[in-house]
Write a protein that binds this ligand. Structure first.
Ligand SMILES: *Cc1c(COP(=O)(O)O)cnc(C)c1O
Length: 403
């Protein structure tokens, strides 16, 4: 043994999966349905488990890893800001927050020139609902069937899933909330009334089964909201930040809502949410809403770096190209088990005629991590840095899993 070896740190060794699982299972809330896989490292669109097995990541942090794992510019920005100033509430002004507002204003529609910063998608939706109620002095929220907007109490009013709502009293808990059938244009006129504060819409329903809105539905929603004096809130928590092949899906649909909810990939994996909103909201009463961590310099620095990288790497273009490749590849799979292949950009799904579980497991066994979207849909949400060769492997693994 050389003398220095005694002081050298032990070589990095991953704890065995069973040890990680046992320790988590002892203390977890029990709320999450987990796969027995301990993920310990990532790079680009690849992940590794504690046993050293490599996977192509089509879970993408459920939408929070658009930029890919281990981005160096984001890592540097986080480290530098952590050393400089991590905490600074909106009691004060801050250089990083000011910089983020400027960066956001360059990628958002000019009308959405005010931003509330928070910490998650549900929190962005909650804030948008409060702002809409304060601005319109109306209380009703209209949402869509199969829509997903988060699981906190207010956001849950708009989220469709009866499995999330029924134990809490269902519609009785959220009086005045209505859900219209998604993409049913005729339903909008009747549902959005002079009592409606806001209509909330995903342009591609993510959790609800990877269902793109029709352009007609999106445009008609905007028209009816305007006619009734209701505010249009587009929830781009999952579709935002290049996922659908544009910085925001509203660009692909040619609409500008009154408010845009953002989160997931906004800060390169650091928790952050945002509501960008227009002057239609008027002046919101001071102190009527706030959050301690909102606009903290650490998340702002991460977001500035992440958005810079999305533009430098032209992730919108890659999402379009790789999305077309993935959708084309999946559509080319001939299997009697497939009902339909849907998607926009790199938000893709296969609806099966059976439960999606076995196919997701089959993909995992072949080195591809994918996720569900409702009981029968396999959803692909890879980091947008995924390569053509990796997409080919995902398609091949899917064909094998469905064979
Ligand atoms: C994930 C998601 C949310 C909720 O975001 P959280 O950060 O999990 O609270 C809201 N809306 C949409 C469309 C989502 O995909």
């Amino acid at each position: 043994m050389r003398p220095s070896d005694a002081e050298a740190p032990a070589p990095p060794r991953s704890a065995a999966t069973s040890d990680i699982v046992a320790r988590e299972d002892t203390h977890t809330s029990g709320l999450y349905q987990k796969r027995r896989l301990a993920i310990v490292r990532g790079e680009g669109a690849r992940l590794w488990d504690a046993e050293g097995n490599e996977y192509i990541d089509c879970v993408g942090g459920q939408g929070s890893a658009n930029l890919g794992h281990g981005n160096a510019a984001v890592a540097e920005a986080i480290a530098a800001q952590a050393r400089t100033l991590a905490s600074c509430t909106e009691l004060f002004y801050n250089d990083r927050r000011a910089e983020l507002y400027s960066v956001l204003s360059r990628i958002l529609p000019p009308d959405l020139d005010r931003v509330f910063l928070c910490n998650s998608g549900a929190e962005a939706v909650e804030a948008a609902f409060k702002f809409a109620r304060m601005a319109t002095k109306r209380t009703r929220i209209v949402a869509t069937m199969r829509g997903f907007h988060g699981k906190t109490m207010g956001a849950l009013a708009a989220t469709w899933g009866p499995e999330y709502r029924d134990a809490l009293g269902g519609d009785a808990l959220f009086p005045g909330t209505a859900h219209v059938p998604f993409n049913k244009v005729e339903a909008l006129e009747a549902a959005i009334t002079p009592d409606t504060a806001a209509f909330v819409l995903e342009l591609v329903q993510g959790e609800g089964g990877v269902r793109p809105a029709t352009e007609e539905f999106a445009r008609e929603a905007a028209r009816v909201c305007k006619a009734r004096g209701a505010l249009l809130i587009v929830d781009e928590v999952q579709t935002g930040f290049c996922r659908t092949g544009a910085m925001f899906a509203i660009e692909r649909y040619g609409i500008v809502p009154d408010a845009l909810c953002l989160a997931k990939s906004i800060a390169g994996g650091v928790p952050m949410g945002a509501v960008a909103f227009s002057r239609a909201f008027g002046d919101l009463p001071k102190r009527s809403h706030s959050t301690t961590f909102g606009g903290n310099p650490l998340a702002c620095a991460a977001s500035v770096a992440a958005i810079g990288e999305m533009r430098r790497l032209d992730l919108a273009r890659n999402a379009r190209a790789r999305g077309d490749q993935l959708l084309g590849g999946l559509r080319g799979i001939e299997s009697p088990r497939v009902r339909e292949v849907r998607g926009l950009g790199l938000l893709c799904g296969i609806e099966l005629k059976e439960s999606a579980g076995p196919t997701i497991k089959g993909l995992q066994d072949r080195g591809v991590l994918a996720l569900g979207a409702g009981p029968t849909v396999v959803r692909y949400l890879p980091p947008l840095v995924i390569t053509a060769e990796q997409v080919d492997r995902v398609v091949a693994a899917t064909a094998a899993a469905l064979a």
